[in-house]
Each structure stands twice: as structure tokens, then as C-alpha cells.
Unconditional design. Structure first.
Ligand code: PBG
Length: 324
């Protein structure tokens, strides 16, 4: 046989043909934009480690959400920063809390936009942990579940379309499902952060959400980055407990995990391109070290190619026009 018998380059020569055989195509309607809403501020505050990303007061948040909708983004994931924090995250369960008010205001102005909410205690607790702190500073699992279920219910009551628990306590998907169902919200889906590693790439987010733990770290509840089989176990548990969408994060460091979970489940999978992933690309681009648009498209395509259906990304707004 004459060498080279196979020539894969044949299909790369013509750009039109190259487009026709493209396997992975990003869709604007599968992007989810995270948004931060903060009480007690009167103008948007830029987050230093995340150029282009802001904490918004309520009014500007609603403007931003409707702009996103007009640009073709179908869903937002809301994070709230309250004025009042305490041991038990009380302000997170308040029907007039920062998130509850934000949900109502957005749904009022922009009813079709899918409003997803982060369900977690860390933004609302004075200690910054995602669960209740017990003796010897242990993060207590079961007492946290009541609070998380109450928080998810209050988001649904305010009009949230999807609740997204990000705390990584055991059994929380079941408790949240139960509390939603018992209160008439059988049709509100749960997008669980099923596989969430204890990652340094959440650093910029903790500044944005003012949710850094005041002591210790999150390693007793978030996963060890060395573990692969455990991811399948976490994903299976959340599915059994009633999750409707399984999320994996961070995204780019976990492409293997996204692919593994894709093989295990028939549920839709979401991946979260987290704050540190955003900061790396955004700051390298600012310095002129790489082409931002190309880097964003490449990373999002890789995440989708690995098996994610939905992608939560801080680049949603600036990349959406490229996908048309
Ligand atoms: C917890 C939460 C975190 C993120 C989403 N939900 C941070 C954490 O676990 O400390 C990280 C998102 C990001 O880095 O962009 N409420």
C-alpha cells in the first residue's frame, strides 16, 4: 500500500466541508450566565479578580438579566450577597431576602428567562461555610439539610424555575425534593452540583460572593481532586435522590469526569466554568497573551465535547453573538 494510505487532512482542506463534519457545536441556548446581586449597594461593583463581572444592586441586576435575554441567553444562575449574616444563614431563608427579591424582580420584568438559583449557606453564614458549624468546628451534615431545604423552597416560592444546591452535604437533594413536592412544587427541577471538587479555582468567586470560609477549608464536604471513582458515586447518589440535571465543577480541570459521568447517566449534564477559569483567560487576554475569543470558544467546545449539555460560564454575555 502506498504511503500514506490514510489522509485525514483531505477533510480539512475545504473550510466549508470542514464545517460540515464538525462534531461539536456550541449552542447559545445551552449557556447559563451566573449573576451576583448584592444588598446595600447603589451602583455595580466590579470584581477585581474578574474583569467585566460585577456585583449588582437589584435594579441593575434586572437590567442585566433582560439584556442577557435579549442577546439570546436563556438562563441565569443567581447568587445573593446579603447585608445580614449569622450562624444559621437566616437571611437566606427570608422571603424578602436578597435572592428572593431578585428572583421576583427578574421574573416580573423578564418572565421567560429561566431563573436558576444557587442554594447554599456560605453567602449567608457569618463563618462562610456551606453547612451548620457544630462542636470543634465540625460542619454538621444533617442540621444543614433543613436549612437547605427551606432555602430551596423559599426560592421556588419567590418564582425560581430551577434550584441548584451547591453545598455538597449528603442527602440534600432528597430533602430538597421532598420539601418542594410537599409544598406543591413537584415541577421545579433540581440541578445538583453533584460532583464538586474542593478547587483553588473558586478563589475569585469567594471574593465576588463574599463567601470565603472564616476558618478551615471545604475539604470535609467538597471532593478531593484526586478521586475519579468517587465522582461516579456522587453522581449516582444525586440521581437516585431525585436530581434532574447533574453538574460537575470546575469544568476544564474535570473533562475526564464529565466524560465518565456522561457514560453513566441519561440525565442532562451541566458543567461550571468557574471563576478561576474565567480569571485565567480574562487576565491573560488583557495582557495580550492570548486571543480571548478563540480561547473562550476553545474551552467551551472542549467542555461540550467531553459530554456537557449545559455550560455555566461568566463569558456567556460576551460570547453569545459568536454562536449565531
Ligand atoms: C458555593 C459555590 C461556590 C461556587 C459556586 N457555588 C464556591 C465555593 O464552593 O466556595 C464557585 C463558583 C465559581 O468559582 O465561579 N455557594
Amino acid at each position: 500500500m502506498p504511503f500514506p494510505f490514510e489522509r485525514p487532512r483531505r477533510l480539512r482542506e475545504n473550510p466549508v466541508l470542514r464545517g460540515m463534519i464538525r462534531e461539536t457545536v456550541l449552542r447559545a441556548d445551552q449557556l447559563i450566565a451566573p449573576l451576583f446581586v448584592k444588598e446595600g449597594i447603589s451602583s455595580p461593583q466590579q470584581i477585581p479578580s474578574m474583569p467585566g463581572i460585577f456585583q449588582f444592586p437589584l435594579k441593575e441586576l434586572v437590567d442585566e438579566a433582560s439584556q442577557l435575554w435579549k442577546k439570546g441567553i436563556k438562563a441565569v444562575l443567581l447568587f445573593g450577597i446579603p447585608v445580614q449574616k449569622d450562624k444559621h444563614a437566616s437571611s437566606g431563608l427570608d422571603k424578602n431576602g436578597v435572592l428572593q427579591n431578585a428572583i421576583r424582580a427578574i421574573k416580573n420584568k423578564c418572565p421567560e428567562l429561566v431563573v436558576m438559583t444557587d442554594v447554599c449557606l456560605c453567602e449567608f453564614t457569618d463563618h462562610g461555610h456551606c453547612g451548620v458549624v457544630g462542636e470543634k468546628n465540625r460542619i454538621e451534615n444533617d442540621p444543614s439539610l433543613e436549612l437547605l431545604a427551606g432555602m430551596a423552597l423559599s426560592h421556588a416560592q419567590a418564582g425560581a424555575d430551577v434550584v441548584a444546591p451547591s453545598d455538597m452535604m449528603d442527602g440534600r437533594v432528597f430533602k430538597i425534593r421532598k420539601s418542594l413536592d410537599e409544598n406543591g412544587f413537584q415541577n421545579i427541577p433540581i440541578m445538583s452540583y453533584a460532583v464538586k471538587y474542593a478547587s483553588s479555582f473558586y478563589g475569585p468567586f469567594r471574593v465576588a460572593a463574599e463567601s470565603a470560609p472564616q476558618f478551615g477549608d471545604r475539604k470535609t464536604y467538597q471532593m478531593d481532586g484526586s478521586n475519579r471513582r468517587e465522582a461516579l458515586r456522587e453522581a449516582a447518589l444525586d440521581e437516585q435522590e431525585g436530581a434532574d440535571i447533574l453538574m460537575i465543577k470546575p469544568a476544564l480541570p474535570c473533562l475526564d469526569i464529565i466524560a465518565d459521568v456522561r457514560r453513566q447517566t441519561t440525565l442532562p449534564i451541566a458543567a461550571y466554568q468557574v471563576s478561576g477559569e474565567y480569571a485565567m483567560i480574562a487576565t491573560a487576554a488583557e495582557k495580550g497573551f492570548l486571543d480571548k475569543q478563540q480561547a473562550v470558544l476553545e474551552s467551551l467546545t472542549a467542555i461540550k465535547r467531553a459530554g456537557a449539555d449545559l455550560i455555566v460560564t461568566y463569558f456567556a454575555k460576551e460570547i453569545v453573538d459568536e454562536l449565531k
